[in-house]
Design a protein. Structure first.
Length: 289
């Protein structure tokens, strides 16, 4: 789990290196999705699983790929070129809190006092990042931070959609490969129309190398995701969010010498409390039911 958290935390800094080097967010996300799909498809084949191709499955993989990968990842890559990579990692931690809020709104979860309090802490953390003028290195970054909130929002939306609409009796790795292909199918027309598709081979500089590393880590991270989920279960896996955030802040400091304000550190603490309340209360509820 620690290895996966470090890999996922590094992706914010890799995206920043790539975009600063001139790679378009759509080109970056497309290359990562295609490489992850290839790795997952190969793993599915080795396990004797297949990628679902029926009409109902195609609709599911397109919608899941759009909400879980194409939209949030493209937005994240765009935003990280304008804000510190560590700050983007902090905002990304709101995903589980938003997921629970959406699940309550659509009737998938029952309201629980502790978990609702967790949502409050998550909102407080987001406000601490956006509202104080001294929280950001430059107040003009505030609109980009607000745009960054779309990333955990779409992750939460995809979590709810996947939970409700996932086809039965489909292997997880085959389904994940289909989702990555669905994401690539969503991005490809836009990338071609805008001329932003990018092939980093042969690599010509740090931006291409950053994209190549992220392509390798994208597939590896996906495989680790399923292995951790299979071996340890979803409750243990939910703790990865803490590691991803701390790793994102660490890599931003190490690579870009980023420093976060006291407001952002306080916001991180508030979001962590919210995340702990949401996941811990869900664990206790699940053990009783």
């Amino acid at each position: 789990m620690t290895c996966m958290g470090l890999i996922w935390g590094l992706q914010f800094s890799l995206a920043k290196i790539a975009t600063q080097g001139g790679i378009h967010p759509l080109g970056f996300t497309l290359a990562v999705s295609v490489s992850a799909a290839a790795v997952l498809a190969a793993a599915a084949r080795l396990r004797g699983a297949s990628i679902p191709v029926g009409r109902r499955h195609r609709v599911y993989t397109i919608l899941a790929g759009a909400t879980a990968i194409a939209i949030p990842n493209s937005v994240a890559v765009l935003v990280v070129s304008h804000v510190p990579a560590g700050l983007a990692a902090v905002v990304n931690t709101l995903s589980p809190v938003m997921t629970y809020a959406m699940a309550v709104a659509v009737g998938m979860e029952r309201p629980q006092r502790a978990r609702l309090l967790g949502i409050g802490f998550g909102i407080a953390g987001a406000l601490l990042v956006v509202l104080p003028r001294a929280s950001l290195p430059d107040p003009d970054m505030a609109p980009w931070v607000l745009l960054c909130l779309l990333v955990p929002f779409f992750y939460a939306l995809s979590n709810v959609y996947i939970a409700r609409a996932r086809p039965a009796d489909v292997d997880s790795i085959g389904l994940a490969a289909g989702m990555q292909l669905g994401a690539a199918a969503c991005i490809l027309p836009l990338a071609l129309a805008s001329g932003s598709a990018h092939l980093p081979l042969p690599p010509e500089g740090p931006a291409d190398w950053a994209l190549i590393v992220q392509c390798c880590f994208g597939g590896l991270g996906s495989l680790l995701f399923f292995e951790v989920l299979r071996l340890a279960g979803p409750v243990f896996f939910s703790q990865t969010g803490f590691i991803v955030t701390l790793a994102g802040v660490f890599w931003g400091w190490l690579i870009f010498d980023e420093t976060l304000s006291i407001f952002v550190w306080t916001a991180m603490a508030a979001i962590f409390v919210g995340l702990a309340l949401v996941t811990r209360a869900g664990r206790v509820s699940g053990s009783r039911g």
